[in-house]
Design a protein. Structure first.
Length: 501
């Protein structure tokens, strides 16, 4: 009995000693689990893709300027509090601790918050990066602050999504650069998540499709990544092209078999019309060879209409167009605006073909041939310029004494002649919409190819920055503003151009 009591007494003495330890251990575990995860800013550039840590100070996000610039060039720092100097390539900048103004290349630059110094590290507010990095880099820097993504230069990867014309249960994504997203599925949805690629939003974050199987695709950003969520009535699988630029979503095999069993057989003598390949997907070796001089075009009535509008992003491939800045080429701006214009037109019910949706080489004759071969109602060429402000609209200026048309055919050099009145009316309609948005606009005529070679209404839209800052040409809001106005102008004159096919 005594021994039993002693054991019980000893046990009772041990328990009080353990409770404080357990209590503080639980508190520590809870504190660790509640600690916020480390946040990063994802940076995309032609030099490198990388991430830098974010710090929450003074109620806003900060980033180390040296860590941000170091992967992009040669950087040296001199810290002499309260002054902190950084030398990036040939650019010298000076910051003062606690001040919201810096000197970059001898010019004042405003910060959105105070400059901070932490153990020799110079910290700047993240929401100041778009303005101050332009001074360092000489080109655009676009910050997607909500999702923690920063784009240096014209690095963004764009995409289009179209339902296969031969099979509405297949959705085809085309990207301007190789991608390798992770794929996840749940009932009624498929998710493509891009953590290592600078994929950006289309003109409208939500795309809808005329398909019973696939209703929509929605773009979103968050946590340093981009995601495309496809909503469908059937399970889908993703197939990647060898070059990584195309992703095709198609039904699982069991669903494909069910669809095949329900497909009706065409009546004799009514074979389905083969789908017409777009210029962007037509292999080079299968493209029709164009005559070197003065080709003749087939009569208008002989070509069935496939698209209402053809949008042509000028330049591309080895043809960079104008060097708008040391890091910005005209060809990159035109293709970005072309994608936005296509989405704006299609959202208004106008079927649209983009001739160049990637960094491809297309000759002027190629562009005119594809525009004429689709028998579109209107052709819109896009250009960009660093000089001037707003938009310049061009219609063709035809040469004199081109010669007589050859029967039902038209000469290549003045094919535009019968459509000149419609082209000018189209330019006036687009100019009116731009003026409503207070965008400076001029309408001009010029011997600008391939306008002269296009059979239908044809205009060229040259976009200059709204002010003196050329980097504004890459601003999504400005591109969207121009694309929306051009689309509205086409809609207003739609009845004159012809009925939608």
């Amino acid at each position: 009995m005594r021994s039993s009591r002693r054991h019980k007494s000893a046990t009772l003495r041990v328990i009080p000693l353990k409770w404080p330890v357990l209590f503080f251990l639980c508190i520590a575990i809870l504190a660790l689990s509640a600690a916020p995860a480390e946040r990063h800013l994802s940076v995309y550039s032609t030099a490198a893709n990388y991430s830098v840590p974010l710090e929450r100070l003074d109620g806003r996000d900060y980033v180390g300027l040296f860590e941000l610039l170091d992967p992009l060039g040669t950087v040296s720092v001199r810290s002499d509090p309260p002054r902190w100097r950084i030398h990036y390539n040939n650019v010298l900048a000076e910051f003062v601790v606690g001040k919201s103004r810096a000197r970059i290349q001898g010019r004042d630059a405003d910060l959105t918050g105070r400059f901070l110094l932490d153990s020799g590290r110079g910290l700047v507010p993240v929401d100041s990066l778009s303005s101050i990095l332009t001074r360092f880099l000489g080109g655009p820097a676009t910050l997607h602050e909500a999702s923690g993504r920063l784009f240096i230069g014209s690095i963004a990867t764009h995409f289009t999504a179209t339902v296969s014309p031969s099979d509405p249960s297949r959705l085809i994504f085309h990207f301007t650069a190789p991608v390798n997203p992770s794929v996840a599925t749940e009932p009624g949805k498929l998710h493509l998540t891009f953590r290592h690629e600078p994929v950006t939003a289309p003109a409208s974050p939500r795309l809808t499709f005329n398909s019973k199987s696939i209703s929509s695709a929605e773009y979103s950003e968050g946590d340093g990544a981009a995601e495309i969520t496809v909503s469908s009535a059937i399970p889908l699988i993703a197939n990647f092209s060898p070059d990584g630029r195309t992703i095709t979503l198609s039904p699982a095999k069991s669903q494909m078999a069910a669809n095949s069993a329900q497909t009706s057989i065409p009546a004799p003598g009514h074979a389905p019309e083969p789908a017409t390949p777009s210029a962007a997907t037509l292999p080079t070796e299968t493209r029709p060879v164009q005559p070197a001089t003065q080709p003749s075009l087939p009569p208008v009535a002989s070509i069935p209409r496939k698209y209402f509008a053809v949008v042509d992003a000028s330049h591309g491939g080895l043809d960079h167009g104008e060097a708008l800045s040391p890091t910005l080429a005209e060809k990159d701006v035109t293709v970005a605006i072309a994608r936005r214009l296509r989405q704006e037109l299609e959202s208004r019910g106008i079927s649209t073909l983009v001739l160049r949706d990637s960094d491809a080489n297309l000759s002027l004759d190629d562009r005119a041939f594809y525009a004429n071969n689709t028998h579109a109602a209107v052709y819109i060429a896009l250009h960009a310029a660093s000089n001037g402000q707003g938009v310049r609209l061009y219609t063709a200026m035809l040469p004199y004494a081109m010669g007589d048309d050859q029967g039902p055919f038209r000469l290549w050099g003045d094919a535009q002649s019968p459509a000149i009145p419609l082209s000018r009316a189209t330019a006036v309609s687009v100019a009116s919409e731009l003026k409503k948005l207070q965008v400076p606009v001029r309408t001009l005529t010029a011997p600008l190819r391939p306008l002269n070679n296009v059979l239908t209404a044809a205009i060229a839209v040259e976009v200059a920055p709204p002010a003196s800052d050329v980097s504004a040409l890459t601003a999504p809001d400005y591109q969207q503003l121009i694309a929306g106005a051009v689309a509205n102008g086409i809609v207003d004159i739609r009845s004159q151009l012809g009925a939608v096919p």
